[in-house]
Design a protein around this ligand. Sequence first.
Ligand SMILES: [Zn+2]
Length: 231
Amino acid sequence: MTEVLVIGKLEFEVRRSPRRKTLGLTVDRAGELIVHSPETVNSDELHKWVEKKLLWVHQKLLRKEEQNRGSHDLEMVSGETIPYLGQNYRLRIVKDQPAPLYFDGDWFMLRESDRKDAVKHFQHWYRDVGTEWLNERVQFWEPRVGISALKIVVSDLGFRWGSCGQNGVLHFNWKLFQLPVFLVDYVVAHELVHLHENNHTPEFWRILDRVLPDWRKRKENLSHKRPEMIW
Ligand SMILES: [Zn+2]
């Protein structure tokens, strides 16, 4: 059972241990917030303690977002590899073509004059192609989760992979499309379950257990992906 503390828009997972003497707070690689607490601290005390740490938390999250932003050391030269749905494809810089960026199934082709805005063009490409593909994945998972999304929106969500908005709208990060399908599926299933359960309540995890029994493995895998990602 997962104990969750919600303060404003932030959600903290509370992990209690009889061996712990003091309160602690960590922001993990995926930007998830975890409060480490002794068994005996009640939720009011926890709430008050975490509130005092909010400035620090926001600074941490901001720094994570900056670290994860942009193409790390990508130079945008011919031969570089670009990931798409878990596969690596080569980049070719071309002198002239009608659109800034093309993908022919084997190569990404970037127009030379658009190299300086390459990240933006890739972002658009992932969003346009990815949104259509993601709609199919959402449709695949909807009957399994037993609920439908009103629509999906792909945009830049910083360090978050997805979020469940108002009125059945699901938001996904364009950066998802560099990941393998089984990890994208975890994010899709996770957000769909949020249409049943807004927060990470025990009921939330129970539904996810039923829909995607190996979600823990996928979640763990996802949290280790960050350092090797290029976007
Ligand atoms: Zn969630």
